[in-house]
Ligand binder design. Structure first.
Ligand code: BES
Ligand code: ZN
Length: 872
């Protein structure tokens, strides 16, 4: 039997009978009862002959009697005959007795809702003020949760003006997208009226109500910028404030368009699902992504704050001013903001060499996109539920990487001019991927559309094999998959190469399966690096001869940091895919022993921890030896850098110190463990001791947990004490991230149970989920035993996916693949984790195959033995 209003069910987009032009929205949150009431008047343009108005709403109680449509001149009013909320579809249908007049009119509705604890829609966040527990009210509407706060056309293309009014207790701070125009006090309550906004999408509407302090500055154009945070922490907002003011200037110049609102507020929210959210004029952040404490924040925290602020401010142009037409083009928002944030960070902090750090973005993009369960950058979206999962490494990191690839192909100046033109052309409107290509094509006179199609419309990327025969370089492309299979995708690949002999750069487009290139006789004997600076989103596989020359070049420090990084990362990926023996990868890793560059060492660290884990799974004796090799490999750098900061040293040294000692601690390096535990004692006595600067705290906490066993658990208890006493979120997450390093399964279980207590905010639990190899089985059982509670608590947001990927992906056997599949099959469909689950299972399969290859590799044991005991 057909259900009522069947024609409005299961549709990816709302029907286009009516177009919203302006919302007059009043909200009244009740912070004690955790409820809110609201009323909205929406000025609409009726464009088709219809008896229906169809818009979005969810989790709201709509007052049917309030539903009313009035023609613009007020001459004619229409009461709704029927008001029905289609729950599954999150659609509200208003049916009228007669057709509505074409033209402008006003729809009014009143409604009520709950200030929920799900960190989406209109929600509550908890904090303490003078020892008293309090609630604040916060909105988080992206991607499709404005409908949980007020009925609206909740699609990015339905842009309108917003005139917001909040009714709140008189002592609280109430913020929204625009500046306040008037406040009226009435007893204990005040009504705050905000200026009407320029046109914007519903997912960018925001309101925050609570107690806050702020710091303030002004741009040269007179835009007032504020950072709001918990009362008493205003000083911690100064760094982000400074970054924001400078970044606004930088983007104004780059996009040739000023910031479009009169003010910009940024605010730290104690409970926050994502890292930050770019609401127009009122950007919300996790505390860790906005606040910087001079004494207790690490260099890594500082960099995080700067890049997150730069990212969210980039959205004020890319996203807020020019908005994607539909979620299929989400990458235009996120890929661009990610890429542009590097541009800003580089402008503000050139000594961070942030573009070299960009390679970590590409690496993560390549890692996810090497799965057959990946998806194209431009992905079909048919239901709101599917949107959350595409805020992933494909939209952000592959997106940003293909932009960098294109910029490097077209040239910086042309690229910048085209972007500025794109922003001006589509300002206050929406755009699709093709619109961007069109402007770039016009400005550069290059076939951008054709070039980029293969990167955004199909998933995956190529591995380019290079071999040298008789002075001819042969290039061949095949689709790379981490499973070792070769897919049949084809790309237009911008190839670049650098010859060691004369540092000559060559570039061309590889637009078919294979192509040859004759090189100068003078270059024959020297090394050749393909994909210069890793600007292209692909892997390179060299023949044995070319590889040997590159290894020699690495040993002799003849390569740039980015090229050194790329050779290591490609070799690691090839080895995992069974296309390069592990012994060759290990020998290559040995060539980096004297490396000084931060990003190269950082990648060496990340590769070594993955290799150490998989080898231990394959063969425990070999696992122990390989740890010795890695300790041997890192000791040189560790001695050079030392535990204590050197006077005047740079940011990258501080980052490196933390990562190096963390790895040595994980590997169980005795001297590191001893020194760390000694310094921890000093820290317990004095939290400001110079013996434990923030940059090495994580390493030290890991070392403390390495020593913890069921019979000697003092380190764990002391670390929990530090956790409980600090009020700095960065310190709390640092501790949560270190707890799982413990090797005792009973303690691991205790830690995991601790994560589910009220002492850990639900936003932070994910930091505690990566556990040691020894604790992994316990973690899996814990996940299964607590699955119902976990899905009830995290099931409505994207954080649930992190539970699955963190706990499932590190497994490495086919038996586990079956076990995981069976468990999730018998626990009902979870559409919001479907993609993540498939990806995690594929990773387990890849690990399992890798283990098999490692077990079969001849001479591996000898190679490891030699490397572990090599004297330098
Ligand atoms: N627009 C996103 C926030 C978001 C993420 C909303 C997921 C809905 C779902 C924001 O601009 C963002 O990308 N935040 C990042 C931080 C950024 C520096 C990469 C985040 O939250 O991780
Ligand atoms: Zn973003």
């Amino acid at each position: 039997m057909a259900k009522k209003y069947d024609q409005f069910r299961c549709q990816p987009r709302l029907p286009k009978f009516a177009i919203p032009k302006r919302y007059d929205l009043k909200l009244k949150p009740d912070l004690t009862a955790c409820k809110f009431s609201g009323a909205v008047e929406i000025r609409l343009q009726i464009v088709a002959d219809t008896k229906f108005i169809v818009l979005n709403a969810a989790d709201l109680c709509i007052d049917s009697k309030s539903a009313r449509f009035q023609s613009e001149d007020g001459s004619k009013g229409f009461e709704a005959l029927d008001v029905e909320l289609l729950i599954e579809d999150e659609v509200l249908v208003l049916e009228f007795a007669e057709s509505l007049p074409i033209g402008v009119g006003v729809l009014s509705l009143s409604f009520e809702g709950t200030l929920n604890d799900q960190m989406k829609g209109f929600y509550r966040s908890k904090y303490e003020h003078n020892g008293e527990k309090k609630n604040m009210a916060v909105t988080q509407f992206e991607p499709a949760d404005a409908r949980r706060c007020f009925p609206c056309w909740d699609e990015p293309a339905c842009k309108a003006r917003f005139k917001i009014t909040l009714e709140v207790p008189v002592e609280l701070v109430a913020l929204s997208n625009m500046p306040v125009i008037e406040e009226r006090v009435d007893g204990n309550l005040k009504t705050v009226y905000y200026q009407e906004s320029p046109i914007m999408s519903t997912y960018l509407v925001a309101a925050v109500v609570g107690l806050f302090d702020y710091v303030e500055d002004c741009t040269p154009d007179g835009i007032k910028v504020r950072v709001y945070c918990q009362v008493g922490k205003a000083n911690q907002g100064k760094f982000a404030l400074d970054v924001a003011v400078k970044t606004l200037g930088l983007y104004k110049a780059y996009f040739e368009t000023p910031y479009s609102l009169p003010k910009l507020d940024m605010i730290a929210i104690p409970d926050f699902a994502a890292g930050a959210m770019e609401n127009y004029g009122l950007v919300t952040y996790r505390e860790t992504a906005l606040l910087y404490d001079d004494k207790h924040s690490a260099a890594a925290n500082k960099q995080r704050v700067a890049t997150v602020v730069a990212h969210e401010l980039a959205h004020q142009w890319f996203g807020n001013l020019v908005t994607m037409e539909w979620w299929t083009h989400l990458w235009l928002n996120e890929g661009f903001a990610t890429w542009v944030s590097y541009l800003a960070a580089d402008g503000l902090f050139p000594e961070w060499k942030i573009w070299t750090q960009f390679l970590d973005e590409s690496t993560e993009g390549l890692r996810l996109d090497g799965l057959s369960e990946s998806h194209p950058i431009e992905v079909d979206i048919n239901h709101a539920r599917e949107i959350d999962e595409i805020f992933d490494a494909i939209s952000y990191r592959k997106g940003a990487s293909v932009i960098r690839m294109l910029q490097s192909y077209l040239g910086r100046e042309v690229f910048q001019r085209a972007l500025a033109k794109y922003i001006k052309k589509h300002a206050c409107s929406n755009a699709k991927t093709e619109d961007l290509w069109a402007v770039l094509e016009e400005e550069s006179k290059e076939p951008v559309n054709e070039l980029m199609h293969s990167w955004t419309k199909q998933k995956g990327y190529p591995v380019v094999s290079v071999s040298l025969k008789d002075g001819i370089l042969v290039f061949e492309q095949r689709q790379f998959l981490s499973s070792g299979y070769l897919g049949d995708g084809q790309w237009v690949v911008p190839i670049t190469l650098l010859c060691g002999s004369d540092q000559a750069r060559i570039s061309f487009l590889l637009d078919k399966g294979s192509q040859t290139f004759k090189i100068d006789a003078s270059s024959l004997g020297s090394w050749i690096k393909v994909n210069v600076d890793q600007a292209g989103f692909y892997r390179v596989k060299y023949d044995d001869n070319l590889s040997a020359k590159l290894r020699y070049a690495i040993e002799n420090k003849q390569l740039s940091a980015m090229d050194g990084y790329g050779i290591l990362d490609d070799s690691f990926a090839l080895s995992m895919a069974g296309q390069l023996p592990l012994s060759s990868l290990l020998t290559l890793m040995g060539a980096y022993r004297e490396e000084l560059e931060y990003i190269v060492l950082s990648n060496l660290i990340s590769v070594s921890s993955k290799v150490a884990r998989i080898v231990a799974d394959a063969d425990s004796t070999l696992g122990d030896k390989i740890k010795m090799f890695f300790i041997n490999l890192f000791q040189h750098s560790a001695e050079r850098i030392g535990f204590d900061p050197k006077q005047g040293e740079n940011h990258l040294n501080a980052l490196l110190r933390g990562e190096l000692f963390t790895t040595l601690a994980v590997l169980g390096h005795e001297e590191t463990l001893k020194e760390a535990n000694k310094r921890f004692q000093a820290f317990l006595e004095d939290r400001n001791t110079h013996l434990l600067p923030p940059d090495i705290r994580r390493a030290v906490y890991v070392a403390v947990m390495k020593k913890v066993t069921s019979s000697d658990r003092s380190g764990f208890d002391l670390l929990l004490k530090v956790y409980r006493e600090t009020d700095l979120s960065q310190e709390k997450t640092r501790i949560l991230g270190a707890l799982g390093s413990c090797c005792d399964p009973d303690i691991i279980l205790e830690i995991l149970n601790f994560l589910l207590t009220s002492e850990v905010r639900s936003q932070d639990v994910v930091f505690g989920l990566s556990v040691s190899r020894e604790g992994h089985e316990v973690a899996w059982n814990w996940l299964k035993n607590n699955w119902e509670h976990i899905t009830n608590t995290w099931g409505r947001g994207f954080l649930l996916t992190r539970f699955v990927s963190a706990i499932v992906s590190p497994f490495s056997s086919h038996e586990k693949v079956r076990e995981v599949e069976e468990f999730f099959a018998s626990h009902g469909e979870q559409p919001s984790i479907a993609r993540t689950l498939k990806q995690s299972i594929e990773r387990v399969q890849i690990n399992a195959n890798w283990v098999k290859t490692i077990r079969k590799e001849k001479n591996l044991a000898d190679c490891v033995q030699e490397l572990a005991f090599r004297k330098y």
